[in-house]
Design a protein. Structure first.
Length: 572
């Protein structure tokens, strides 16, 4: 069966041109005929369409060919000008086919396109206005495409063509210290980022064979977390709680605590206020943390498609460093807003809504993101990527749809409770609902030995507090136990931007769990402990250095800490 082609031009082709087009079509497709249609093109320009394949002999088509050729060039520093000169000099326009379709409808960051029969899921599509989009919904005869630009520049009837590329982001060490958008473009006013590498934002997670156990601590500097819910390099630990309970503060302190520890940090802001992200970046700069940090910002003012791809873009940046054998910490703030952005896209793409109007694949949305965090095997370079996803709850409801999904994907959660926060217990970590499924494997021997039975002591205190809150006549043992528990809770309070070093945490735990602060009033507990830490720092630096460098706490060191603390408290 012969094919029928359409030739578009401003004027009818001459007999000689007709002969050439017929020979070309027969050579490409066998028995093929064409008919001419008038189209407003520059004089001497032709567009030949066979099904969805388009051969473009117009000046615009040749310019696109040259752009694609130049985009694929790779050159070493100092060689780019000669390479460009030779490429342009030796370039000959060719009759290359590209698949072209037409926009049917457009609006709300979504375009419906017909004619691109061979487009694949996640492929980048290029619209005639220069806007890029991504194929997101493949249907019979048409494609739902999410747009990465202003949809006002696209109208029904606009042309769109395939690029053959999947969505990706430029990567490289030049991103360190920069603030970029979801497409990897700098938005901090510091100029372009010098990089030649490109990485797809969607990537398969490392296989089990490519992983090794999580066994190296990633210290947060927060006593309540490092002592009871330790995080290891390569782990995924969820930070969950109501709004304004200190979730971002914990992630920020963790980033600050990585200074000098050769850990690259990535903070992905999804649907946040631009002013909040600007304040966070300012704080990181003031603390000297931007040198090893990348901020990917898709604020609330950005379209849903950009908020949707932001965490995958941040993850691709992290994977670049992880594959080089480096340790990476990535914070997703927050995945609740990410799920909402995806729900908006899905409803606009006319996908069937499910529970709470979320689409059926919303679990896969986050599982394919978080599974990419890993501690790679030595054969793969031994790098790691630790994920701290943040999820916002409504009135502490951890049984809602998105929270339960992400809890089941991650290796533990740190639950922040509003009542604790407003009672002045900050960080407001709920010891009962928080857990780390890696546990002691992600602690140094010194921390494990120093922490001892702190969770058990706190559990006993909470239970005793409930039973005795209405009692008026308490025996001395019960009063002592309550006082000890109150002292523990007071010691777990910690100011923001004040992470503890490991040796400081070990000293605090040894002293407090030895019941040495029973003689100190609750109101003075933290002040006295700070003074005691200064005393250790000035008088016994070799003890601190030994704990910090070896990660061990010998019985002799433990006894020395207790003795020094007893003598200090006796003198005050």
């Amino acid at each position: 069966m012969s094919k029928e082609a359409v030739l578009y031009s401003n004027t009818p082709p001459s007999e000689a041109q007709k002969q050439k087009f017929t020979e070309f079509l027969n050579r490409q497709y066998g028995d093929c005929t064409f008919q001419w249609q008038k189209q407003d093109l520059p004089e001497g320009s032709f567009r030949l369409q066979v099904d969805s394949q388009v051969y473009d002999w117009s000046a615009e088509g040749r310019l696109l060919q040259l752009k694609d050729l130049l985009a694929g060039l790779k050159a070493k520093e100092g060689e780019i000008i000669p390479l460009l000169r030779d490429t342009v000099k030796n370039w000959t326009p060719q009759a290359l086919a590209h698949e072209e379709g037409m926009v049917l409808t457009v609006g709300d960051g979504i375009a419906t396109v017909s004619g691109l029969e061979n487009a694949t899921y996640g492929e980048i599509l290029l619209f005639s206005s220069g806007i890029r989009g991504m194929a997101q919904d493949l249907r019979h005869g048409e494609i739902g495409c999410i747009l990465f630009g202003d949809d006002q520049e696209i109208t029904a009837g606009s042309l769109v063509r395939r690029t053959g590329k999947t969505a990706g982001i430029p990567v490289g060490p030049g991103f360190l210290g920069r603030v970029v958008d979801a497409l990897g473009s700098p938005i901090d006013g510091k100029g372009d980022i010098d990089t030649t590498e490109y990485r797809p934002i969607e990537n398969p997670a490392p296989s089990i064979i490519d992983r090794q156990p999580v066994d190296t601590p990633l210290d947060t500097g927060i006593l309540a977390i490092d002592s009871m819910f330790p995080i290891g390099r390569g782990q995924r630990e969820l930070i969950i709680g109501d709004r304004q309970t200190g979730k971002t503060a914990i992630a920020l302190d963790t980033i600050l605590n990585q200074k000098g520890k050769d850990v690259i940090c990535i903070y992905v802001a999804i649907g946040q206020k631009a002013s909040s992200v600007a304040q966070l970046v300012h704080n990181l700069k003031m603390k000297g943390a931007m040198d090893y940090t990348i901020v990917v910002n898709a604020p609330a003012s950005d379209s849903a498609p950009l908020q949707y791809i932001a965490p995958y873009a941040g993850c691709a940046l992290g994977e670049y460093f992880m594959d080089q054998g480096k340790d990476v910490l990535i914070v997703y703030d927050d995945l609740s807003k990410h799920a909402i952005a995806y729900r908006s896209l899905s409803l606009l793409l006319e996908r069937a809504p499910g529970r709470e109007a979320y689409p059926g694949d919303v679990f896969y949305l986050h599982s394919r993101l978080l599974e990419r965090s890993a501690h790679l095997s030595e054969e793969r370079g031994g790098g790691s990527m630790t994920a701290l996803p943040i999820v916002e709850t409504q009135a502490g409801d951890v049984s809602a749809y998105i929270p339960t999904n992400i809890i089941s994907i991650t290796d533990g959660q740190i639950f922040l409770e509003s009542d604790l926060f407003f009672a002045g217990q900050r960080p407001a970590v709920n010891v009962g609902l928080s857990v780390s499924r890696v546990g002691g494997d992600a602690q140094t021997k010194a921390m494990k030995k120093a922490a001892g039975a702190i969770r058990l002591d706190l559990a006993q205190y909470r239970e005793m507090e409930v039973f005795t809150q209405f009692a008026s006549d308490l025996d001395d043992a019960t009063k002592s136990q309550l006082y000890y528990g109150q002292g523990l809770m007071e010691m777990l309070k910690q100011d923001q931007y004040h992470p503890y070093r490991q040796y400081e945490q070990v000293i605090i735990l040894v002293v407090v769990l030895s019941h040495l602060f029973q003689t100190v009033s609750i109101g003075q507990t933290r002040q006295v402990m700070e003074q005691l830490l200064d005393h250790f720092h000035q008088e016994y630096p070799e003890l601190e250095e030994r704990i910090e460098t070896t990660g061990l706490l010998s019985d002799e060191d433990r006894e020395q800490i207790v003795t020094i603390a007893e003598q200090y408290l006796r003198k005050r």
